[in-house]
Write a protein that binds this ligand. Structure first.
Ligand code: ZN
Length: 472
């Protein structure tokens, strides 16, 4: 009792108020801390699934916990009164977790129509009051188990290796329709009156296509249901000529430093040539394929492609070339175009109407121009000494694109000319020939009852004779 005697009353009251204040602060602090823990949001689902699910649909759900780890994750497919667990994971799954799901509609008893995908999940973050299990996300989906319908309307009867063809068809209930020759799958385009719902596709048969390579139309809907139908075209293999090219030192001295400026001094000219002839050639092929995807979804051309006047073919399409140096074969490659000889630096005319989609140096092709004629049909002009058009220019048949030259891997001034379908080289012979086009492109469209392609009613505007376009 000594202290009570010594401490004055006013001071005791002060101590008590401090104690009460501290207790109050502790209580308020604890309550707000517990309140904060309780309020921390749980796990969220970051990736909504696609709107449609099919017979077998693979999905990935990404879940993320705000604090702690995702501790429990369950994906349920709900339709009417049925609820089925399609994926489940438990344990400390990490702050962010990916749950792969393979939805097999038949096994889950899903019928066509509306359904829901629910994400049930929990974290391991401690909260004063445990939360009830509940779906953190619920996504409406449509179950679609009906594959698209593919109906063939017409197709080129006889196709040849290194040649072209056309197929007309109709698909119902599809969001994507491609046409394939072997491994190459190419797009198709709506054609004719919209109410008919017809599509067309040009087909390229690479030069080495053999009998038995399947030609097919494949349609896919948004739910991933796929339908495929064979194209009843008969393939006639073609034989292509062979040629031998002698590589001279003077040629190597002129071309290798030009085409391979970063070559190391230890690399011989002939090794440099092989890099150009193999790697740079392959790069150019890849560029052609990439540019082939940039095409108008309507035909821009009108009538057969036009061969430049007064030119002589001196190397053929799909010629197999053996390269010889000092008496031995050092390489073999395939020549994808026609070499056309004329006078030096002669005018290079556009083979038909179109839009310039490429106008710059292209490795072995030197200065090159690619003109898009729509629906995947393109023409390539190579080894030019000058280019007089730019990407985006609309060109008319016969309009000057540039002048012939010997840029790239060319031995002398000539025009290297290619016809491409979706970036795959095909023989120009077919597209130069009005009768071939009638029998192989127009005929299947007639069978299909569709309008002709590449025969416009409006008059063709040709570049006036003697017109010299601007030089760049
Ligand atoms: Zn050539």
């Amino acid at each position: 009792m000594v202290s009570s005697v010594l401490v004055p009353r006013r001071s005791r009251a002060k101590i008590w108020s401090v104690i009460i204040l501290l207790v109050l602060l502790a209580v308020v602090g604890s309550v707000s801390y517990l309140g904060w823990r309780q309020s921390v949001r749980g796990v969220v689902s970051l990736t909504p699934p696609p709107r449609f699910v099919g017979a077998r649909t693979a999905l990935v759900f990404t879940l993320e916990a705000a604090r702690g780890n995702v501790a429990h994750a369950e994906i349920r497919a709900v339709q009417g009164a049925n609820s089925a667990v399609v994926a489940k994971q438990e344990g400390a799954l990490g702050r962010r977790v990916e749950i792969p799901v393979l939805l097999e509609s038949a096994r889950l008893g899903l019928r066509e129509g509306d359904a829901r995908l629910e994400v049930w999940t929990r974290d391991d973050f401690w909260r004063p009051l445990r939360r009830r299990d509940r779906p953190v996300a619920s996504y409406p989906v449509t179950v679609d188990l009906t594959p698209p319908k593919v109906e063939l309307l017409g197709a080129t009867r006889y196709v040849a290796s290194g040649g072209s063809g056309l197929v007309a068809f109709r698909v119902t209930g599809a969001s994507r329709a491609t046409v394939s020759a072997g491994k190459l799958a190419e797009p198709s385009f709506a054609w004719g009156p919209p109410e008919r719902g017809a599509r067309v596709a040009l087909i390229a048969l690479p030069w080495d296509t053999t009998r038995g390579v399947p030609l097919a139309i494949t349609a896919e809907d948004e739910a991933g249901n796929v339908a495929s139908r064979g194209i009843p075209s008969e393939l006639r293999p073609r034989r292509f000529p062979r040629d031998t090219i002698e590589i001279k030192d003077t040629f190597l001295q002129a071309k290798v430093p030009e085409l391979l400026p970063q070559r190391s001094p230890s690399q011989s000219l002939v090794d440099g040539f092989l890099v150009i002839n193999r790697d740079l050639r392959r790069e150019a092929e890849e560029t052609k394929r990439r540019i082939g995807a940039t095409t108008a979804d309507a035909p821009l051309w009108d009538g057969p492609l036009v061969q430049p006047r007064k030119t002589k073919v001196f190397a053929n399409f799909a010629e197999r070339r053996s390269y010889r140096y000092r008496g031995r074969e050092i390489d073999t490659q395939v020549h994808y175009g026609y070499d056309l000889a004329s006078t030096r630096q002669s005018s290079v005319p556009a083979a038909n109407r179109g839009v310039v989609v490429f106008a710059e140096p292209l490795t072995i092709y030197g200065n090159a121009v690619i003109v898009d004629h729509g629906l995947g049909l393109q023409t390539l002009y190579a080894h030019l000494s000058s280019i007089e058009v730019k990407v985006g220019d609309t060109v008319t048949t016969g309009q000057e694109l540039g002048r012939t030259g010997a840029t790239g891997l060319a031995m002398g001034d000539h025009l290297h000319f290619e016809v491409l379908i979706h970036g795959v080289s095909v023989t120009p012979i077919e597209w130069w020939d009005a009768k071939w086009i009638r029998d192989h492109i127009t005929q299947p469209l007639r069978e299909a009852g569709l309008p002709e392609i590449g025969t416009r009613e409006e008059p063709v505007r040709r570049a006036p004779a003697g017109n010299t376009p601007r030089r760049r």
